[in-house]
Design a protein around this ligand. Sequence first.
Ligand code: PLP
Length: 286
Amino acid sequence: MTRTVYLNGDYLPETEAKISIFDRGFLMADGVYEVTSVLDGKLIDFGGHCVRLARSLSELEMQNPHSDAEWLAIHRELVAKNAITDGMVYLQVTRGNPGDRDFAYPSEDVTPTVVLFTQNKPGLADNPVAKVGFKVISIPDIRWGRRDIKTVQLLYPSMGKMAAKKAGVDDSWFVEEGVVTEGTSNNAYIVKGNKIITRALSSDILHGITRAAVLRFAVEAQMEVEERAFSIAEAQAADEAFITSASAFVMPVVEIDGASVGTGKPGHIVARLREIYLDEMRKAAV
Ligand code: PLP
């Protein structure tokens, strides 16, 4: 089925949405993005995505082309036009088309390019993989130093996904200076007893919207939270491990570099966090 997508104010069939070859998103990866999940036709944690989008744009000195209310209206319109019950809305803002290639940013009168499209994922929250868990390998983190900005420079994360695929596992965890930063497109955690351990926020990792919510729910559920780095060896010896992202929610990790974590099966703390997260987020969806 041909999707209806959004491009700079218009809702168009995907085959008719065209962008200039001079767009800075295309030539320079000069753009930022957000991915918001849709469950039961409603947007999950929409406010969190708006806050992070505004921050990413501001860090790159780009104008925010829409108010939060306008972003919400566009998201809702696309969900309705594409009859999405479960899936995702992808949003990208680039610095636009200055009409030529130049390293310097163009003047402010070049308007940003705004693209949104939906991805239909029936049963997104019932992914059977959540019952068996992810297997991951570790690879060096050689990304740039501003991983807190959600830019479209995703080549190294793509290479990480391919390395995982070639190794017959689900994802890669990035390691820098002997400790885990995050997954290719998710934040990484380990569990020891009643304690959730995950790297503290800095420019070394993306500030996951799901991470913020999950840590809040963990504290509310009387779990302990410790924000610090951990090594692969510590993760392999942990009771449980997991990742979070806006589209995978809370996903158990059962194997790291060939070593089973805990029993080698998804554990009860991660299962509980996934359940709480999905319950609370469905309630608050807009
Ligand atoms: N870390 C990286 C590198 C990511 O790309 C993502 C999501 O795309 C995340 C973490 C998780 O962020 P969120 O929970 O906001 O989806």
